[in-house]
Design a protein around this ligand. Structure first.
Ligand code: ADP
Ligand code: GLC
Length: 481
């Protein structure tokens, strides 16, 4: 029996390029499918900022020229096999140069439109005819519209099914419809009659929601939330209309990478049975590394996050005093909006023994924070899934979260489940909510240590590896074919 061929298309995938959870998903979920049954490959842009150790291993597959946005453009394809999986890279240095994957928003629209066009142009040349193209987020939003409109006459593409996964509805690929029409070369009526426009603007994600065979998002709660005006970012009506083909499938993480018993970034290794000793050693090493007071009884709270409004930074700033007054200590690792970076940096500088702000992107340090902290703070305004709280659970670090989206689905709150719980959750997005959750966590840590330790065991026993979610994707694929 021939294998089911699936092509993942995404703007980021670990270990090549990452700014957030999208990369973790696109680079780890493909490994979780039944390899006997599935031939899964991944395609992403060949950014010049991909580390030389990977770029030097890439092989040239083909190159050609395509007519795009008014002129002939170079289109190369490179590939690299990593642990048995083929990754393809769409090459055009003019579009994918620069120090990061994203640049100016308008230019990003053009370059990811080029990416969508190129993914489809490449397939017949390399003679790879996927059964399914699984697209991720707005950067890949035009793949389904191309297939269902301008390429629908071509027998090569006619049987290809599409799945579109929404990782974050906040970003839709919005621009003027004249511009999107011009760069995409798609017919103008799509921009006047609905599928590719919202209001008077062009909208790439809307095209994907309209034309994909199935739509998913990354948790059940977020799937429900975005069908409402409060979370729907103007797509709630479309998603309600598509609800027979729309569902949530919770994310997983790669348990071989995020494993406190073997993680090469850690000072000490531990498992559930050695967690007390292992975490004490990890905490001491982290306090030392960060220059915090080396107090073993302090309540060390960590945060690893993009520093944006989505992640609840406007709740964190007013509780900095609470987070850094004895016996608490706070470490934040993240980059993002200048106003948050500046405030966090200033505050940390004024009390270096109690708070550290690491305003960089640092994978290895993030692992030491997940391992060395007692609790992990994630007070998101909205959260499609969230991987950080899953990593924290895996490292026995109890999440303190706002009960929204994937956080609601993956953290079992102490006030509702007692010692079956895995963390702390608050409902109301306000100062009262976060303060209540922080106090509850601190009191449990200080005064109810037996409960705390039981929760830590529960946390480490949760299974958020990809195993069960990959099965749900497989069922979705097979239902389509
Ligand atoms: P999002 O994708 O919305 O940013 P997720 O929780 O899904 O949020 O995923 C964030 C991922 O990025 C996690 O793997 C987290 O550890 C990582 N991450 C975020 N900021 C940093 C940083 N400054 N340094 C290292 N890793 C980071
Ligand atoms: C997005 C979301 C995050 C999710 C990630 C991976 O970046 O903000 O909640 O975990 O995608 O799906």
């Amino acid at each position: 029996m021939s294998k089911i061929k699936v092509l993942f298309a995404a703007a980021e995938a670990v270990p090549f390029i990452k700014t957030g959870g999208l990369a973790d998903v696109a680079g780890s979920l493909p490994y979780a499918f039944d390899q006997e049954k599935y031939d899964v490959r991944v395609i992403l842009p060949c950014y010049t900022c991909i580390a030389p150790r990977y770029r030097s291993q890439m092989k040239d597959v083909m190159h050609t020229v395509i007519f795009f946005n008014g002129q002939d453009r170079y289109l190369g394809l490179r590939s690299l096999e990593l642990n048995g999986l083929t990754f393809y890279f769409v090459d055009n240095e003019a579009y994918f140069g620069g120090s990061g994957p994203y640049t100016d928003y308008t230019y990003d629209i053009e370059k990811f439109t080029f990416f969508c066009r190129s993914v489809l142009a490449i397939l017949p040349i390399i003679n790879f005819q996927p059964d399914i193209i699984h697209c991720h987020d707005w950067h890949t939003g035009l793949i389904a519209p191309y297939l269902k409109t301008s390429l629908s006459w071509d027998p090569f593409y006619q049987n290809i099914k599409t799945i579109f996964t929404i990782h974050n509805l906040k970003f839709q690929g919005l621009c003027s419809r004249e511009f999107l029409c011009q760069v995409s070369g798609l017919p103008w009526h799509l921009f006047t009659e609905g599928p590719l426009c919202s209001g008077s603007g062009g909208n790439m994600m809307k095209g994907a929601i309209q034309y994909s065979d199935k739509i998913t998002t990354v948790s059940d709660s977020y799937a429900e939330e975005i069908k409402t005006p409060e979370y729907g970012e103007t797509m709630d009506g479309m998603l309600l209309w598509r609800s027979p083909d729309f569902c949530g499938i919770v994310n997983g993480i790669d348990y071989s990478i995020f494993d406190p018993s073997s993680d090469p970034s850690l000072a000490a290794h531990y498992s559930a049975s050695t967690v007390s000793r292992g975490k004490a050693a990890s905490k001491a090493a982290l306090q030392k590394e960060l220059g915090l007071a080396e107090e073993k009884d302090s309540f060390l709270i960590g945060m690893v996050s993009r520093l944006t409004e989505q992640k609840g930074l406007d709740l964190v700033i007013p509780v900095l005093e609470r987070l850094t007054t004895k016996p608490c200590q706070f470490v934040v690792l993240g980059t993002g909006d200048y106003q948050y970076e500046h405030t966090l940096w200033e505050y940390a500088a004024s009390r270096p023994d109690r708070m550290k702000a690491c305003l960089v992107y640092d994978e290895a340090l993030s692992h030491r924070i997940y391992a060395g902290c007692d609790a992990f703070l994630m007070p998101s305004r909205f959260e499609p899934c969230g991987l950080s709280q899953l990593i924290a659970l895996r490292y026995g670090t109890l999440p303190i979260v706002r009960a929204t989206g994937g956080l609601k689905d993956t953290v079992i709150p102490y006030d509702k489940a007692g010692n079956k719980a895995t963390g702390f959750a608050f409902e109301n997005y306000d100062w009262g909510g976060i303060s209540w959750a922080l106090d509850n966590a601190l009191d449990t840590f200080l005064l109810r240590r037996k409960d705390w330790n039981a929760m830590r065991q529960n946390a480490m026993k949760q299974d958020y590896s990809w195993t069960s979610s990959a099965k749900r994707y497989e069922a979705l694929y097979e239902g389509l074919l």
